[in-house]
Ligand binder design. Structure first.
Ligand SMILES: *Cc1c(COP(=O)(O)O)cnc(C)c1O
Length: 331
């Protein structure tokens, strides 16, 4: 089976397992795990921020990050198909007590005009005040679309002007970085706080980080414990993340090339495929998924008329070519 359902499906390589097995560890709730500390410092440095916090999931990193900017009874603005709005089971409302309002963009992009229209300044005890804007780069449900740096800089300038924060859900920021050559720190500079995932295309089994100022991260450390996310000798997982950043970052370019190959096979314009996700629009999504499965290719329906293909570490060139041949035959 060639599994194109998600880039979370990767299995740790032998080398990654060896790095995990030999990791130096300590009790991280005591702040004594040297490998976790190394990972947190490394990722904060890559993004040009003061500090970072290792979390079990990207959802938790997002909840911690957004709550550092938005309090109970305040709102965050985001694109309507953002992961924080659609795929975190209401965690931000359930834990933080915030609300969301959204703008719609078919490619998940920043729409400054729409944002300016819905932004609500603090007008006293009558209306919900907007406390932050959240963007997702790359945008998962928009098919791995990259948010251009110029748009993010404009957004940053706008947010600063109206006195609110910017959160970036960077679960796949690595893909944006590799696809565009934009230094990670340039992306880091347009947000007060970010989340990044190690367990997507980078191929680690677990782990994300919340990244921001020393103060925001210190407070997030308390909230992580409060939410039940304090972890002990977790350096064995941080070691997987460090290994992934050293060995699996630049190769994301291969995933992007494989995604374009699959796009062509499915009659999707490869120019619309920025990174490792291909969304195929067709009215018979469920039948297409079943037919592909019967030929050994796993893909997923993400709506009645949309199918998603995701390339990753465990999809080789040969796999991609074989899957492309199968999907082309079925298209
Ligand atoms: C995967 C993902 C997350 C985090 O998901 P978890 O399953 O909680 O690790 C966050 N944002 C985006 C855009 C994602 O694709």
């Amino acid at each position: 089976m060639i599994d194109l359902r998600s880039d979370t499906l990767t299995k740790p390589t032998e080398e990654m397992r060896a790095a995990m097995a030999s990791a130096e560890v300590g009790d991280d709730v005591y702040g004594e795990d040297p490998t976790v500390a190394r990972l947190e410092e490394h990722v904060a440095g890559l993004l040009g921020h003061e500090a970072a916090l290792f979390t079990p999931t990207g959802s938790m990193a997002n909840v911690l990050a957004v709550r550092s900017l938005v309090g109970p009874g305040q709102e965050v603005l985001c694109e309507a198909s953002a992961h924080i709005a659609r795929a975190e089971l209401g965690a931000h409302g359930a834990y933080t007590g915030l609300t969301m309002r959204t703008w719609i963009h078919p490619r998940g992009q920043v729409d400054l005009g729409a944002i300016e229209t819905i932004f609500a300044p603090d007008m006293g005890p009558f209306f919900v005040p907007t406390a932050a804007i959240s963007v997702e780069n790359t945008h998962n449900f928009a098919g791995g679309a990259v948010l251009p740096l110029e748009d993010l800089r404009d957004l940053r300038e706008y947010a600063t002007g109206v006195g609110i924060g910017v959160h970036m859900d960077g679960a796949r920021l690595w893909n944006a970085h590799v696809a565009t050559g934009t230094p990670l720190a340039e992306y880091g500079a347009v947000a007060d706080v970010l989340s990044v995932c190690l367990s997507k295309g980078l191929g680690a089994p677990v782990g994300s980080l919340m990244v921001g100022s020393r103060d925001a991260v210190a407070e997030a450390r308390i909230w992580r414990k409060r939410m039940g996310g304090g972890m002990r000798q977790v350096g064995i997982l941080a070691a997987a993340g460090l290994h992934a950043l050293d060995h699996h970052l630049e190769r994301l370019a291969d995933d992007h090339a494989h995604a374009r190959l699959l796009a062509e096979a499915c009659e999707v314009d490869p120019a619309t495929v920025d990174t490792n996700i291909v969304v195929v629009r067709r009215p018979d999504a469920a039948d297409f998924v079943a037919a592909a499965r019967a030929e050994g290719v796993l893909i997923s329906a993400v709506g009645p008329a949309a199918v998603r293909l995701v390339t990753h570490l465990d999809v080789t060139r040969e796999h991609a070519e074989h899957a492309a041949a199968v999907l082309s035959r079925l298209s």
